[in-house]
Write a protein that binds this ligand. Structure first.
Ligand SMILES: [Fe+2]
Ligand SMILES: [Fe+2]
Length: 206
């Protein structure tokens, strides 16, 4: 089912993707989300250069990853109940987490993104998942390191250091930080799957 938006999205692709994202987020009074997305896109391009990933794909994933912010929590829950075969307990309790899956749908339906690397990365940018691709991990990390406020979060240096070794180590370092420090109130199954998977490969290979 197509997602219902209360905003005019015709001509959204007349200019660049960045411009379309800016137009839509500004129209929805989500200027801060736009600034965050721009920062994440820049960080994701930096990571793409470090790990030889496709720069355009990483830039687009950054710009679009939080586009679901234009949908209300009620609307997200309603759409999820009608369309998703699996809804996690964490998503039931905290519907905000659904924004990663909703952002993927808007990227596909409104911004006509077909690159599966971009769509998949957007879909799991908050939780990651088991056996993540380099693009999934890159966006996951870029979202956490693109910090535009004065005080950087306590995990920043550790994750940045791990990133100089591998995307896998950086992802696991961040996940362990939020689990060990009880930063997540109700862990989504996907993040626990990601932790298990990354633990099984990081020691051996990275
Ligand atoms: Fe997000
Ligand atoms: Fe984000």
């Amino acid at each position: 089912m197509t997602i219902k938006l209360n905003y005019n999205t015709t001509n959204i692709l007349d200019n660049t993707l960045e411009e379309g994202v800016r137009k839509l987020l500004y129209e929805c009074k989500k200027e801060e989300t736009y600034n965050h997305c721009k920062n994440v896109a820049e960080m994701n391009v930096k990571i793409a250069k470090m790990f030889n990933l496709d720069i355009e794909a990483c830039k687009n994933a950054g710009y679009l990853h939080d586009i679901g912010a234009i949908v209300s929590l009620n609307e997200m829950s309603k759409y999820a109940k009608e369309n998703f075969s699996y809804i996690d307990n964490a998503e039931e309790k905290y519907p905000f987490i659904l924004h990663q899956r909703i952002s993927k749908i808007i990227s596909k339906e409104v911004f006509k993104i077909e690159d599966i690397r971009v769509l998949d990365a957007i879909e799991c940018h908050t939780t990651l998942k088991s056996n993540p691709s380099k693009y999934d991990m890159s966006l996951f990390i870029a979202d956490k390191l693109a910090w535009d406020q004065e005080n950087v979060p306590p995990f920043y240096n550790e994750v940045e250091k791990a990133l100089s070794i591998s995307l896998e180590k950086a992802s696991l370092t961040y996940i362990n930080y939020i689990i060990d420090n009880n930063v997540i109130l109700c862990p989504h199954k996907w993040i626990l799957d990601a932790k298990k998977y990354l633990e099984s490969i990081v020691e051996k290979n990275f």
